[in-house]
Design a protein around this ligand. Structure first.
Ligand code: SAM
Ligand code: SF4
Length: 477
């Protein structure tokens, strides 16, 4: 990580270079931002949380709902001012846009925001260091062609100390893209066709995470349970088999995955929920709507009844599983009766957590051209009713845990001194006294209270007695 920058020689003094990455959107973008930071680290860039210090500002964007692009353009306006300020002090600042807005808008970004130096799509970010180098030479670059080479095979592995600094939980993308073409969704256009990473690559990455102290891995994919690949036994594996393999890695004590499509919940995956203690009893399984007419218009390829039947089978396999989901209200043509069916489905399932959105027409998707768009005010009012019900269910689920003993993975210090925050098996934040153990420990706690967004707990038994932190390091299950 040394060398002096001499324009024209190609030698770059990157030792003092800093990159600031702002991430929008889902966990997959969080993972991508980390991998881009890793790629740049191998080229001598250190990550910074202070945008004013950054030689490279990268916006890793999301395009899933309306106004995403507009938000990015207004942020770019602010960053342009920063670039001008730094230029007055003789400091160069590169501005980059990556992610799905980069993929969707491409060259338009350079036209509307000329201060931007590089635009790079989600499939090509392994080329980021080379692109940055060219941009530093004064070139404006748009790199949004889908790469032929395997991006993941070309990305450097982060150093152990970097992995450790990110905590005891980690994301691991196993699948990208989507072939489902739900009529509301831009993902098949911005992320491209479904691609699964090979087993050996995933296992190696999980082993590296475990070696650096990661105890919980969440497998990611736009359609994660569509993952498939050739297993160690030469057979075609699905996500269920992959989870069994990952559970064998010493040090990995908790596994999760997101986001799943109901059509891809196969028997092996349901069996994994039944047989694999390390697989947490929490499943994010979006349904989007409860009306078959709307599900058909959305091209979801399942009915409400099929979804409910699927949940019955999953619950029969794993009775303590908590369900989570995504909902869209106000899809074109949605009547009050269609919406009532969504409310009925929510009551029938009983969600521990859920995300709900007003339908946002995305240019280029079939939904945007459908007739009978629902007025914004109606969408807003339906969303309020749905969210009130989902919030009530979330609160009821949290309250049902008061008095029970659970295993808690301690993740980070709490907001207040003397506190630690961990995650329950059902992904809820749980606050405990820091005498409960040390970050990375899985400890037994008793839930004492349910707040609006987190649970509160006391350590159980001897674990966590004051002054015992050293002795309590380890697993308590
Ligand atoms: N692959 C997942 C699935 O099959 O449900 C969803 C991925 S998408 C990134 C996350 C969520 O954003 C979706 O489940 C949906 O609820 C929401 N979403 C996607 N497109 C939307 C749109 N045009 N308007 C509103 N919400 C949308
Ligand atoms: Fe989008 Fe998910 Fe449908 Fe794929 S399955 S098109 S990612 S909502």
């Amino acid at each position: 990580m040394s060398g002096k920058e001499t324009p024209g020689t190609g030698t770059v003094d990157t030792a003092t270079k800093k990159v600031f990455v702002k991430t929008y959107g889902c966990q997959m973008n969080v993972y991508d931002s980390q991998r881009m930071t890793d790629a740049l680290a191998a080229d001598g860039y250190c990550a910074t949380d202070v945008i004013e210090d950054a030689d490279l500002v990268l916006l890793n964007t999301c395009h899933i709902r309306e106004k995403a692009a507009e938000k990015v353009y207004s942020e770019l306006g602010r960053i342009r001012q920063l670039k001008e300020e730094r230029a007055k002090d003789g400091r160069e600042t590169l501005i980059g846009v990556s992610g799905c807005v980069a993929q969707a808008e491409g060259r338009e970004i350079l036209r509307r925001a000329p201060a931007v130096d590089l635009v790079i799509g989600p499939q090509t970010y392994h080329r980021l260091p080379a692109v940055v180098k060219r941009a530093r030479g004064g070139e404006k670059i748009v790199e949004t062609e889908y790469a032929i080479e395997d991006k993941f095979a070309h990305l450097p592995h982060p150093e152990g100390r970097i992995v450790r600094s990110r905590g005891v939980t980690a994301f691991l993308t196993v699948q990208e893209g989507c072939d489902k073409f739900c009529t509301f969704c831009v993902v098949p256009y911005t992320r491209g066709a479904e691609v699964s990473r090979p087993v050996s690559q995933i296992v190696a990455e999980a082993e590296r995470l475990a070696a650096s102290g990661v105890r919980e891995v969440t497998l990611l994919g736009q359609n994660v349970n569509a993952w498939h690949g050739e297993g160690a036994d030469g057979r075609e594996w699905g996500l269920g088999e992959l989870l069994f393999r990952l559970a064998e890695i010493p040090g990995i004590d908790r596994l999760r995955y997101t986001t799943s499509h109901p059509r891809d919940m196969d028997d092996a995956l349901i069996a994994a929920h039944r047989d694999l203690d390390k697989l947490m009893p929490y499943l994010h399984l979006p349904v989007q709507a409860g009306s078959d007419r709307i599900l058909k218009a959305m091209n979801r390829r399942h009915t409400a009844k099929e979804y409910l039947r699927l949940i019955e089978r999953i619950r029969a396999a794993r009775p303590d599983i908590a369900m989570s989901g995504d909902f869209i209200v106000g899809f074109p043509g949605e009547t009050e009766e269609d919406f009532a069916e969504t409310m009925r489905l929510v009551r029938a399932v009983g969600y521990a957590q859920a995300f709900s959105f007003k339908y946002s027409p995305r240019p280029g998707t079939p939904g945007a051209d459908m007739a009978d768009h629902v007025p914004e005010a109606v969408k807003g009012e339906r969303l309020q009713r749905l969210q009130a019900l989902l919030t009530e269910q979330q609160r009821d689920f949290a309250r049902s845990l008061v008095g029970t003993e659970i295993d808690l993975l301690l993740e980070k210090p709490g907001r207040e001194a003397g506190q630690l925050v961990g995650r329950s098996p059902w992904l809820q934040p749980v606050i405990v006294d820091d005498a409960a153990g040390r970050i990375g420990d899985i400890v037994k706690v008793r839930i004492t209270r349910a707040g609006p967004n987190s649970l509160f707990a006391d350590p159980v038994g001897e674990i966590g007695a004051p002054g015992c932190a050293e002795a309590t390091k380890g697993v308590y299950v």
